[in-house]
Every structure is written in structure tokens, then in C-alpha cells.
Design a protein around this ligand. Structure first.
Ligand SMILES: Nc1ncnc2c1ncn2[C@@H]1O[C@H](COP(=O)(O)OP(=O)(O)OP(=O)(O)O)[C@@H](O)[C@H]1O
Ligand SMILES: [Mg+2]
Length: 368
């Protein structure tokens, strides 16, 4: 497994996680998305990861808005319902954050040891972070020497708003769960992809997780992230479009969006195609933005996940716009799934939603 920079929230966690004696196998991946919560539990075996538990629970529309936890009691309730329905007790969890409160930068620093960088990180990072340095938690991961300037090294810098981290820590505390790892959606996505697909070291690959409100975009090579971006677009765009054009409620629009024969209605089809194009254009822009600043080659393939990736004709729209092969991620590709416990039909249905949770379930305390 190639772990990247998982955000650890040292100050906030002190005295919190110390109270529990963690066993490695207890870690459960929990992805709190704006439309639903996903849970994945894996077991490490001699021949790879085995699926132990998996589930999903809807969240009220207003529970998370703009990646901010608005209704924590509804989220805690959803977690309780989910664990109850799966008949499990979660002791420690890995969760992830995304959006505007998380800044990820690939930068070049003067050559330092990890300890030296740890000491100087706030001072060094200040110029790259658009927030007050006192309001953020800084984490970093040294990627290696810079090929262009040997006096420098490549580093991934992750700055997350302390306020948001506190909210997550307290949410899990309310649910009686220790939040052991707080990662970033884009890195969890990468983690799940790398484990399942084992890309070769020279391949540059783009990943996009398209959910309801956010699209996590990550360009990777040889286990490292070259460029990430969170775009505030997803399945909600289609729902709003249908709601507006057909003068229906949000719930009705959501139902219409998921109905069979959706494309038979000319009016609906046009709306879907328009939204597909908006999403494809945003992906194109992100690819382009990476390309302009990149020192590495262009991505040769795009892998997508997220509930929105099931939208009819979306893949074609992206292929047309980007002119590269596009494939949907199978988060169970290398995971041992016992058919007696999980029917293939259920796994197929849940698959688009659980890639991030899968990547989280593979995390271990202290991962870097
Ligand atoms: N078959 C389908 N066709 C089109 N869209 C779908 C389908 N199934 C689910 N969706 C959409 O996928 C979205 C939910 O996906 P996902 O579970 O990945 O999002 P999320 O994690 O809750 O949100 P986010 O990550 O953006 O906060 C919703 O907009 C939903 O309508
Ligand atoms: Mg999501």
C-alpha cells in the first residue's frame, strides 16, 4: 500500500485517543458524504484484504452543506443506525475531509530532513496557504529529491482548517467512536485505486470521485499525488436542474434522475446532457490546469468513481472532452468478498459510492 499524507491532528487528539488501546484490526473506514454515509471494514489476510462489513446510510440534505457539518446530531444518528443495522460496534474510525477548508500543494522545499522540516514547516508553509497559519493544521509528506534542482526536495503539503478538524473529532466523540485517522478524500481515493489496480511506476493516471456535491480530482504517478483539486460539482447539479426545469420537489427530482427510461424523455435527456457537459468541462479544465504547471507527462487514463459516475452518457461526454480512455473504478477488484455474506448484486449497487471509504479502511494508525 502506498500511503500518502494522511492528516493527523496532533493537538486536538491528545488525551483522546490515548484512552483506548487500539487493535489494528478495529479500524473502520467511514466516509461522510453530503448525501450519505458509507462504512467499510476490511481484514488483512495472507492473500490480501477481505471485506468484513460494508454499508451505506442516507443523510438529510441539510446535514452537510459546502463540506461543513451543519447537523451533527443527524450524522451521529445515521452512524448509529448504520452500525446497528450491520450489527457491529465501531471502536476506531478513519474518516476524511475535502473542500475549501483543505489545501493541498505540491511544492519544492530546500533540502531538509523530516525532523528539520517538522520544526520549520509552519514558517515554510505560510507563503503557500491562503489562511492564517494559526488557524490550520499542517501536515506534509516528503516525496523525494527534486529532479530539476538537487538542492531541493518535493513535498506534499496539506493544510486543514483546525475548526473543521475539531468538528470531526467532536462528531465521532459524540458517536462514541475514536477518530484515529483523518485523511483527505482525494488521498483515500488514491489509496483504494492503487491497491486495487497496482498501476506501473511510469503511468500518469487521473482519478475523479464524483459524489453529490464535490468532485475530488487527483493526478497520480508511482504512488505519489502530482496534483489535486476539489471541485464543488456532482450529482446535485442534475437534481437541481431537473427540479428547476420540471418544477418538482428535490425528492421528486432525485427520483426522476434515477428512474429508468430517463433518456426517453427528450426534455430530461437534454438536461442530463447539459450537466454531463458541465462536469466534463470541469474535468478538462483541471487536466489543463495540471498540464500547464506540470513537470510530469499528461495523464493517459482517467478512472472515475462516486455515485454520479453512474449517470447515463457521462462517460461518453468525458471521453469526448478529454480524448483519453475513461473507466469506472471497481473498488472490490482485489478485495476478497465472500458471496455468502455479500451478494454480487449488492456489491455492484454499492460499488460506485464506496471507493473513498474503502481507501480509508486500508489506513492504519500512524500511516504516513
Ligand atoms: N444510478 C445513478 N445515476 C446517476 N446518479 C446517481 C446514481 N446513483 C446515485 N447517483 C447520485 O450519486 C450522488 C451520490 O454519490 P456519492 O454517494 O458518491 O456522494 P456523496 O459521497 O454523498 O457526496 P459528496 O462526496 O459529494 O459529499 C447523488 O447525487 C445521487 O443522486
Ligand atoms: Mg463522497
Amino acid at each position: 500500500m502506498h500511503a500518502v499524507a494522511s492528516v493527523e491532528y496532533r493537538q486536538e487528539m491528545k488525551g483522546f485517543c490515548a484512552m483506548t488501546l487500539f487493535k489494528k484490526k478495529d479500524l473502520v473506514g467511514i466516509d461522510i458524504g453530503s448525501s450519505s454515509m458509507k462504512l467499510v471494514q476490511l481484514k488483512e489476510t495472507r492473500i490480501g484484504y477481505e471485506l468484513v462489513n460494508i454499508g451505506m446510510a442516507p443523510l438529510p440534505v441539510e446535514a452537510i452543506v459546502d463540506n461543513t457539518l451543519m447537523d451533527t446530531s443527524a450524522i451521529v444518528e445515521a452512524l448509529r443506525t448504520l452500525t446497528k443495522s450491520l450489527n457491529i460496534r465501531v471502536n476506531q474510525a478513519a474518516c476524511s475531509i475535502s473542500g475549501n477548508s483543505v489545501i493541498i500543494r505540491n511544492i519544492r522545499f530546500p533540502y531538509l530532513t523530516a525532523d528539520e522540516l517538522e520544526e520549520q514547516i509552519n514558517w515554510e508553509a505560510e507563503q503557500y496557504i491562503p489562511f492564517d497559519i494559526n488557524d490550520v493544521n499542517i501536515d506534509f509528506h516528503i516525496l523525494g529529491p527534486d529532479e530539476i534542482d538537487p538542492k531541493k526536495m518535493k513535498v506534499i503539503l496539506v493544510a486543514s482548517k483546525k475548526e473543521l478538524i475539531k468538528e470531526y473529532v467532536s462528531l465521532f466523540k459524540d458517536a462514541g467512536v475514536s477518530l484515529t485517522v483523518l485523511d483527505v478524500d482525494a488521498f483515500a481515493l488514491q489509496n483504494a485505486f492503487e491497491l486495487n489496480y497496482e498501476p506501473s511506476a511510469d503511468e500518469v493516471i487521473a482519478l475523479a470521485n464524483i459524489g453529490d456535491a464535490t468532485m475530488n480530482f487527483n493526478i497520480i504517478k508511482n504512488g505519489s499525488s502530482l496534483f489535486t483539486r476539489d471541485i464543488q460539482l456532482g450529482g446535485g447539479l442534475y437534481t437541481r436542474e431537473i427540479q428547476k426545469k420540471h418544477s418538482v420537489t428535490r425528492d421528486e427530482a432525485e427520483k426522476l434522475k434515477l428512474s429508468e427510461g430517463l433518456l426517453d424523455d427528450e426534455f430530461l435527456r437534454m438536461g442530463i446532457e447539459q450537466c454531463n457537459d458541465t462536469l466534463a468541462m470541469e474535468l478538462y479544465r483541471s487536466m489543463d490546469f495540471y498540464g500547464v504547471n506540470a513537470t510530469e507527462e499528461k495523464a493517459t487514463k482517467l478512472y472515475i468513481s462516486g455515485g454520479c459516475s453512474s449517470t447515463p452518457l457521462l462517460l461518453d461526454a468525458i471521453r469526448d472532452r478529454l480524448d483519453i480512455p475513461v473507466e469506472i473504478i471497481d473498488p472490490f477488484r482485489k478485495i476478497i468478498c465472500r458471496e455468502k455474506r455479500f451478494t454480487p448484486a449488492y456489491l455492484q449497487e454499492i460499488a460506485p459510492h464506496v471507493t473513498v471509504a474503502m481507501g480509508l479502511a486500508m489506513r492504519r494508525y500512524g500511516d504516513k
